[in-house]
Design a binder for this molecule. Structure first.
Ligand SMILES: Nc1ncnc2c1ncn2[C@@H]1O[C@H](COP(=O)(O)OP(=O)(O)OP(=O)(O)O)[C@@H](O)[C@H]1O
Ligand SMILES: [Mg+2]
Length: 279
């Protein structure tokens, strides 16, 4: 189980990637996609039964994980390495299926699960080279359609939730979807099949479809343990900070009122003393 974030009431929103079995994440730039991925990677990386593969065509988002012990291969930092990694994962899936067939098993139990994280899928899905674009789409469609039974899971993030990036086939294979803030109601519909994500405003604020629940979950992404110092952990933390900031700004006012009250008290004491001197 991984904690995705916290509801406005402070309740954790958890998900089991092994059951999902894949996760699609969308959001405009700065909405918190990579933050969510970091949080997910840091939690999965602590589970002994999970191995990680990272695809980061932007080259900077995933650098902090370069030496993570759960990493099964070096981070794929360009389209060529990304396609090689997806193809190798596809071969591994086929190998696992053959092994399962040999022993007559129907599902993945006990063995290492692999989570392949793609931080910016649009860079592959909209690659200028048509062959590469089609190959990336073919591999992700195959892996997402058949990966589950061989313990292979995809977590795919995209800044552009347009229909050529999040195709019907991808949507069908990724029933679990999270939308951070998006630019338009149309984008929200592509990801969640309903409007709403276009009015999210804070970074890390999210709406999610997490089957088997049919209800839309609303939460704020939990920051990974090594997140930016002083960054907010949840709505509750954010609110606490707001109250703290308000209290801090009220301190000079309270001090000033205190001084005024002391002056009044002093004046009252003097008046009282003078009046007690009268015969
Ligand atoms: N839950 C959160 N609480 C506070 N700040 C957050 C939260 N989630 C994300 N942020 C902040 O929002 C900023 C942008 O987040 P992030 O880099 O994850 O966005 P992104 O969607 O990956 O953007 P891009 O598409 O440009 O890569 C970061 O400074 C991050 O710390
Ligand atoms: Mg990012």
């Amino acid at each position: 189980m991984i904690t995705l974030g916290y509801t406005p009431e402070g309740a954790p929103v958890r998900a089991d990637l092994a059951r999902m079995p894949h996760l699609l994440i969308a959001g405009t730039t700065g909405s918190g996609k990579s933050t969510l991925l970091h949080s997910l990677i840091s939690q999965l990386g602590e589970c002994k039964s999970w191995g990680l593969l990272l695809i980061d065509p932007k080259r900077i988002e995933m650098l902090r994980w370069a030496h993570h012990p759960a990493l099964l291969a070096p981070i794929a930092q360009d389209d060529e390495a990304a396609l090689e990694m997806l193809a190798a994962l596809h071969d591994e899936m086929e190998r696992r299926y053959r092994a399962l067939a040999r022993i007559g098993a129907t599902g993945w139990q006990g063995g290492e699960r692999i989570c392949c994280v793609v931080d910016e899928w649009a860079l592959l899905a909209l690659h200028p080279d048509r062959e590469r674009r089609q190959e990336a789409m073919r591999l992700v469609a195959r892996l997402s359609a058949a990966g589950r039974a061989s313990g292979i899971h995809l977590v795919v993030a995209t800044q552009r939730p347009s229909a050529d990036v999040v195709t019907g086939l991808i949507k069908a294979n990724f029933p679990a979807r999270i939308s951070l803030a998006v630019a338009s109601a149309r984008d929200s519909r592509v990801i969640l099949d309903q409007v709403g994500a276009e009015s999210l405003s804070m970074p890390g604020e999210a709406l999610a479809l997490l089957p088997p629940s049919r209800e839309l979950a609303r939460f704020r992404v939990v920051l990974p343990p090594d997140g930016e110092p002083g960054a907010r952990r949840s709505w509750r933390g954010w609110r606490a900070r707001q109250i703290g900031a308000w209290a801090a700004s009220a301190v000079p006012m309270i001090a000033w009122l205190g001084a005024l009250a002391a002056m009044w008290l002093g004046a009252l004491i003097i008046v009282a003393q003078f009046s007690s001197l009268e015969p």
